[in-house]
Design a protein around this ligand. Sequence first.
Ligand code: ATP
Ligand code: MG
Length: 322
Amino acid sequence: MPSSSLAAQPADPIVSVRGVSKTYAGGFQALKRVDLDIRRGEIFALLGPNGAGKTTLISIICGIARASEGVVLADGFDTARDYRQARAIVGLVPQELHTDAFETVWATVSFSRGLFGKAPDPAYIEKVLRDLSLWDKRNNRILELSGGMKRRVLIAKALSHEPRILFLDEPSAGVDVELRHDMWRMVRELRDRGTTIILTTHYIEEAEDMADRIGVINHGELIVVEDKAVLMRKLGKKQLTLTLRQTMEHLPEALARWPLELSADGHTLTYSFDTQQDETGIAELLRTLGAQGIDFKDLQSSESSLEDIFVSLVHKKPGARA
Ligand SMILES: Nc1ncnc2c1ncn2[C@@H]1O[C@H](COP(=O)(O)OP(=O)(O)OP(=O)(O)O)[C@@H](O)[C@H]1O
Ligand SMILES: [Mg+2]
């Protein structure tokens, strides 16, 4: 067993990132002192806009890029110092498609397993290819496959050496619904068998659907890491929408202290409130509306989605109202 003071922490993370910064050769700083623990057996989703630093962070954790500062441990192995051991327990489905065009599917995937020092296991490779609906194409050369099938090959390669940690960098980009379903079914199966999964995605519904925890990265900084449910509760806002009986031109002075928004057509009033507050303030708002003689014919409430939360986190400007 590898020994390390970080791996011995009570939470026993399978991946531990400490103070990782990355400055590229041209001087651009893509990561700024990132600290992150990935729990054993979880599905962790890393969200962030284009250029936020997701691929850079994943590449560093996988040991294929070097951090300028900081340390990463993968199951106790330092990804820079113990590169080979660390790399062997990690499977990576890269964002970019690049595969050896002239090899067959079977050869590519089997070879990949060998690269990580695993003994051949044709039965296992067969299972992986069947799970990914690639079995019929096993004797085709990569250049004869469609784009989505090539992506399946990348997944098969990443799974070929039975990794303990699987990274999926934008696995759903440019992929049809069927492959997405296959992929997410496999990911859940892998997780059930104990594999830790770290994925990046632009499909926020996917993170909402799949992930146990979510990290949001923006401009190279990890701005939040939280259990999905907690994140949604903490940052989630509910909205109460009132359809007015009579249109209003502007909000009366008596309502100025409420965070209310009047629609452009003067028909609806929207009140946003924090789901964490003990007092929502709704009762008093309704009383005040009554006292002002403002009548409404309908009242609806809705909860913000992860998408709203993400957008508000990433676009939040200092001092701006979320
Ligand atoms: N090899 C490199 N040399 C210089 N700058 C780089 C290099 N690779 C990435 N960058 C820069 O680092 C920043 C982060 O890039 P990265 O690929 O990590 O983003 P990302 O979050 O994965 O984005 P996307 O969602 O588009 O995949 C970007 O500004 C990018 O231009
Ligand atoms: Mg990327």
